[in-house]
Design a protein around this ligand. Structure first.
Ligand SMILES: [Zn+2]
Length: 297
């Protein structure tokens, strides 16, 4: 069966064509200027596909395939009937899902969590996405916001978050929060041969690896924040494993000591939690979307 999976991001959109569980083709393009153009792009990629899954960075109505709250990609997505418009063009089953839930299904079926049943997922990127799998199924809440580990409060008086709360994990462990915490610190950045205009979470990680103590502290704090939230989530859901992915997870090694210390502190309740790096890389979201599309067929 030929499956098309599309992962719409704020800046880039990735796609995969799968033959069963094998990736037969893939690509990355700039995210189109709006939902109409994104649907046309999906249709143009679909001539051989027998089902299509689209992952969006936000919340969707899974029953109707309508975007509910998708703030980051260009254009006005909220209320847009993605599934209906695409189905009208291609005539095959279409599934519209949250991108972190798609990541989770991919890692659960084909990646780091293969063979596991009860797992938390955290995707560290521009924000922090999350999902929960219990008994081998990725959970979906009625409002498509179940598993949003990025918005667990770790510092009630901390930095303001896009969700209306303060001190969410996302304000510490996503790319923008890491860059903001590191600040301008020009002298330190120059020492790591990085210009101010190029500061990204990867550059802060590079500085930390080059011995910059302040950069290391930023990742220590991110690891602590993630550990607090994952400890809470583990106490809610009783899981034994966590899969961490997304672009910022390349610096997971810098976060691990503080992350593990926080989880270890709570061992009497939550037991040992395995923290596994994701293995499917940047295409995980598109692969998971394709797998969801297959389920809709
Ligand atoms: Zn938040």
């Amino acid at each position: 069966m030929t499956l098309l999976g599309i992962d719409v991001g704020g800046t880039y959109t990735k796609w995969v064509l799968m033959e069963g569980a094998v990736v037969a083709g893939s690509g990355t393009v700039p995210t189109p200027p709006g939902p109409d153009e994104t649907v046309k792009l999906a249709a143009s990629l679909a001539p051989r596909a027998e089902s299509i899954g689209i992952g969006l960075p936000g919340h969707v109505d899974r029953d109707t395939g309508t975007a509910l709250f998708v703030p980051n990609p260009p254009g006005d997505w909220d209320g847009y009937p993605v599934g209906a418009r695409l189905r009208a063009l291609v005539g095959v089953p279409v599934s519209v899902v949250n991108d972190a839930r798609a990541f989770a299904l991919a890692e659960l079926e084909l990646g780091a969590a293969r063979g596991l049943a009860d797992v938390l997922f955290a995707v560290l990127g521009t924000g922090v996405g999350g999902a929960v799998a219990l008994r081998g199924d990725v959970l979906v809440g009625p409002r498509d916001n179940l598993g949003e580990i990025g918005h667990v409060t770790v510092a009630p008086w901390g930095p303001a978050c896009c969700c209306g709360n303060r001190g969410c994990v996302e304000t510490f462990a996503a790319g923008p929060g890491i860059v903001r915490a590191f600040g301008s610190g020009t002298a330190k950045i120059t020492a790591a041969k990085i210009t101010a205009a190029e500061i990204t979470a990867a550059a802060v990680a590079e500085a930390a690896r080059a011995g910059d103590g302040r950069a290391a502290k930023v990742f220590e704090r991110a690891g602590w924040a993630l550990g607090v939230a994952l400890g809470d989530a583990a106490s809610f859901f009783g899981v034994g494993s966590v899969v961490v992915g997304g672009g910022v997870s390349g610096a997971l090694d810098l976060m691990r000591p503080a992350l593990h210390a926080e989880l270890a502190r709570r061992r009497p309740l939550i037991g040992d939690i395995a923290v596994l790096p994701a293995v499917l890389g940047p295409l995980a979201g598109a692969i998971g979307a394709a797998l969801y599309g297959r389920r809709s067929g």
